[in-house]
Design a protein around this ligand. Structure first.
Ligand code: NAD
Ligand code: G3P
Length: 490
């Protein structure tokens, strides 16, 4: 039995390699999961494009119903099935015959209706590339062959525009030109958009980061967004609602958003995630990308990681194609709320890290701020979003972003300067950041509004003290008392 299984996998894999190498990256990302009885499971998968739709439908129907009968445990995995388009951009459905060691033979499956369509493209996939997805693949066109992307440019936006611009040049699924909205301003007597389009460099916010020619800066936000299938939001969270208002009702049907914005919004309903604000304001779905991504380091192409949070796994994988490079490595998770909340809350902790650095307490103290901050992040997210998964904190969006921001982020640097300068955070922001925006202090204020409303300030002493220092209610030195008396040690 096992020999047959090994042979099938070998054949299918080599066939797969021959048939379309583009798919291999997807294949490699799939977890290898054992059978219901703990044994290996191998799959011989035939994929049929919609051009052969009658046969495709029949094969799919049989395989799906058989699959459902054979082991319901697999269905949860099945729902994660990425919807991958055919090489020609058409939909693909999968007919799956599975063979598990010690369970069924290929012949048994064939007998039950899981036909192995040898003349078609064959691939081997670990088991979860199966049923539920087949139906949705059949019903709709999953991948539009020419996706247009529109990032909104700022500091991180410049880096992301470079990455996206380069990636789409080598991927047939996407339109080559990437329109990029730029908030217009004069730099050395010239419009910033004109400078970017001639020098291919954002000389004000990220000098030295050369953008590919296909990234075209445009001060007209509607012009940028109206034809986009994917909208990449990279702006300080303070400006999101204004941007959304400008493009509301002007987007292409089916447009999808991805937000790289680290912050929160406060409304009459309490705290709101920025991706939810985008969804509400624009009526589009919105994924998130967060991670330890200090912009100038990404611009230098120093290795780093990021996390895409997207409920729809297939869309998450498509988005990954836009952002991943050899130096910018991405993991896709479905726990998008936790991903986004980590990105917002770590900015508060970074302000605390800046206070202890300004007070010259050294790295042990900063490590304590990071640890206590992480504990409050976990507790806050559990309070805010009960379905949060602890594993998500181990992704780049969690612990990694927290560490990098506490060591070299702008929030840390401004908070450090705040300790002895006698200036307000707002003054220091203007003085030190050349038009860039701090996210930590406003996020601390937004979180504090919610903690006050719910009478939870005592349970979040670090978040609360950081906010009170930022608004001048406490001195930075008082922050040390908060650490010493943190309920974690009582
Ligand atoms: N910079 C980073 O290292 C980094 C890394 C990861 C994530 N992020 C996140 O990305 C988001 C954007 O950060 P950034 O560093 O790119 O931004 P930034 O702080 O550099 O952006 C300031 C920009 O806001 C623009 N602006 C000013 N007024 C505006 C208005 N009324 N409407 C629209 N825009 C206006 C300015 O022109 C300027 O370009 C933030 O949420 C941030 O947390 C930043
Ligand atoms: O410079 P900061 O503090 O806004 O942090 C930048 C990024 O969020 C780091 O990933």
């Amino acid at each position: 039995m096992s020999e047959q299984c090994t042979k099938l996998i070998k054949n299918a894999t080599s066939e797969w390699r021959r048939s379309d190498v583009r798919y291999l990256s997807h294949v490699q990302q799939l977890p290898k999961i054992g059978g219901a009885d703990g044994s290996d499971v191998c799959y011989n998968v035939s994929c049929v494009s919609q051009g052969r739709s009658e046969q495709c439908k029949k094969l799919t129907k049989n395989a799906t119903s058989e699959w459902r009968r054979s082991d319901v445990r697999y269905l949860s995995h099945v729902q994660q099935l990425p919807k991958i388009g055919g090489a020609d951009g058409s939909d693909v459905c999968y007919n799956v015959s599975c063979v598990s060691q010690g369970r069924h033979s290929v012949a048994e499956y064939q007998h039950k209706g899981c036909v192995i369509a040898k003349r078609l493209r064959i691939m081997w996939l670990p088991f979860f590339m199966i049923a539920e997805g087949i139906n949705s693949v059949l019903n709709k066109r999953c991948i539009v062959t020419s996706l247009q992307i529109s990032p909104h440019l700022f500091k991180l936006g410049s880096v992301i525009a470079k990455i996206v611009g380069n990636n789409v040049l080598h991927n047939d699924k996407f339109v080559k030109e990437v329109p990029m909205y730029v908030y217009e301003e004069m730099v050395d007597g010239q419009k910033l958009t004109e400078i970017i389009n001639t020098k291919h460099e954002n000389i004000k916010y990220l000098p030295g980061c050369i953008l590919p020619d296909n990234v075209v800066a445009n001060p007209d936000i509607i012009d940028c967004a109206k034809d986009a299938d994917i909208l990449v939001f990279v702006i300080p969270h303070q400006f999101v609602k204004g941007i959304c208002k400008s493009i509301k009702g002007k987007l292409k049907p089916g447009a999808f958003g991805i937000s790289l914005i680290k912050g929160l919004d406060i409304s009459e309903n309490g705290l709101e995630l920025i991706s939810h604000v985008i969804t509400k304001e624009l009526g589009i779905n919105c994924a998130v990308l967060m991670g330890a991504n200090i912009a100038p380091e990404v611009a230098k192409e120093n290795y780093c990681e990021a996390t895409i949070g997207c409920k729809e796994k297939s869309m998450g994988l498509l988005l990954k194609e836009i952002f991943q490079t050899p130096y910018f490595r991405i993991v896709v998770v479905e726990d998008d709320e936790t991903v986004e909340l980590c990105g917002a809350l770590k900015n508060i902790v970074a302000v605390g890290a800046g206070f202890v650095e300004g007070l010259k307490y050294g790295d042990n103290t900063k490590a304590a701020v990071i640890r206590l901050g992480l504990m409050e992040m976990v507790k806050f997210i559990e309070e805010f979003y009960q379905k949060s998964k602890i594993d998500t904190f181990l992704e780049s969006c969690g612990i990694a972003d927290l560490v990098t921001t506490c060591y070299s982020g702008r929030n840390m640097k401004v908070a450090r300067a705040f300790v002895h300068s006698g200036k307000t955070i707002q003054d220091l922001e203007a003085e030190m950041l050349n038009g860039q925006k701090l996210q930590g202090p406003p996020t601390a204020a937004e979180v504090n509004t919610m903690l006050k409303q719910k009478n939870l300030e005592d349970r979040f002493p670090l978040f609360t003290a950081i906010h009170r220092v930022c608004i001048g209610e406490l001195k930075p030195e008082d922050f040390m008392e908060c650490l010493k008396n943190h309920p974690e040690h009582l």
